[in-house]
Write a protein that binds this ligand. Sequence first.
Ligand code: C2O
Length: 557
Amino acid sequence: MESWIRVLMFVACLFPVLVECRVRHYKFNVVMANSSRLCSTKPIVTVNGQFPGPTLTAREGDTVLVKVVNHVKYNVSVHWHGIRQLRTGWADGPAYITQCPIQPGQNYVYNFTITEQRGTLWWHAHILWLRATVHGAIVILPKRGIPYPFPKPDKEVVVVLAEYWKADTELVINQAQKSGLAPNVSDAHTINGRPGPVSNCSAQDAFKLSVEAGKTYMLRIINAALNEELFFKIAGHKLTVVEVDATYVKPFKTDTIVIAPGQTTNVLVTADKSSGKYLMAASPFMDSPIAVDNVTATATLHYSGTLSSSPTILATPTPQNATPIADNFTNSLRSLNSKKYPAKVPLKVDHSLMITVGLGINPCPSCKAGNGSRVVASMNNITFIMPTTALLQAHYFKIKGVFTTDFPSNPPFAFNYTGTTPPANLGTTTGTKLYRLPYNSTVQLVLQDTNIIAPENHPIHLHGFNFFAVGRGLGNFNPKKDPKNFNLVDPVERNTIGVPSGGWTAIRFRADNPGVWFMHCHLEVHTTWGLKMAFLVDNGKGPNETILPPPRDLPKC
Ligand code: C2O
């Protein structure tokens, strides 16, 4: 941008009543900060010293410029999870996919425009395991004068759920990678950065939501945990779900929501009691024989006028393996599909893909603890190898030898994916394989869990797009029967979807965003193990169908 335009805009923004300010500037200093509110006092990597990090607030249509300055010893990159980044893949953030990381002492300005999106999303570091503590909310307000499609809440509150380790998370994952075994689980969950009183933690600090009787609150709930899907509930209060992943849904009432890492959920809660203190709880959902951090994070909903010393009204604990509660929630989600917010589900499919998601075991001579082998993860049996040059740069500047475009459209060998005896050969192949899509083509993607080592619920996140979740089932996907039951009218639209444990999910999207777009499991341990791939979407022919040139300050590898 020319500097005089910048000055003019800055001056104009001082008078927001006269002109609509359309550019928002943020500065994110990545710095170490102490974590004395948590289970240990060790310093953690943060943005601006905050955990969770600062909320980024903008309006639909705004351009956002975030200058990220790296003051820590790690390489850093930041992803704006769920922002579509139309033609601006350079600002998407996954390290080595769309950009080289910001090295210590360096900075980079993420510059993107929020187009036709409103609601709650979030930002997080997208390199190593730094997102454990480097994350925060993105609140996108509707355009000025455009109401919510539900009664306006009296107040809005961001609720970030996360995990916390007493140990340095980079050490946790590095040690695990050396051993070949799974990393340790976290020591506590947190609600807005605080675990609440838990026995394995010296901090007794809890988040308190102060409410007034009769008022309605909108909670913008984000699951920023690294590896755990969570249940969330408030004792004695119903939650009305109105939005997920920044798309409106048909409102429904529930006691408990389930939210996977990467997902966001907006709920309305009416303070319909006269007084009291009510427990808010975030606890893990895991319906497979896999270790989780079983410590429940707690907070309170506190009616004004209630003494702090009065007893807290408790919530019935949600069992870790409460699949019916999770299913009931997931099956209740429907796109609003109104005139203003139609569900534009692709009805014709150009590319029909099936991708298995799951684990594997590969040889690892140096892995002593793992007896010479290591746990890996894959999509269509390929463990993705991170390149050392960013894929988007390799694509844009036609650098050869960084990736191939032969990611298979189907599992390389078919087996009873969810059977009790998976094939004896549990290994995976490796590569940096992309799947290439012409601009504006439509895609149906069946994500099929496998039972190799164990079935597990995988929250799969697609960068650059929203998709529609048209179908879901247990066992193996049946290409003849299952599509007959697809919902092509009002399926929920989102950017991260749980593939049910021992089952499948079908999604559809339109490849109307040129660039390189990462798709991966949002359980960070599975991403590390290789449960990831990317789509390469070609430029279209029209004027607004081509990826924009890279910004001048794009980091170099
Ligand atoms: Cu929220 Cu690629 O991630």
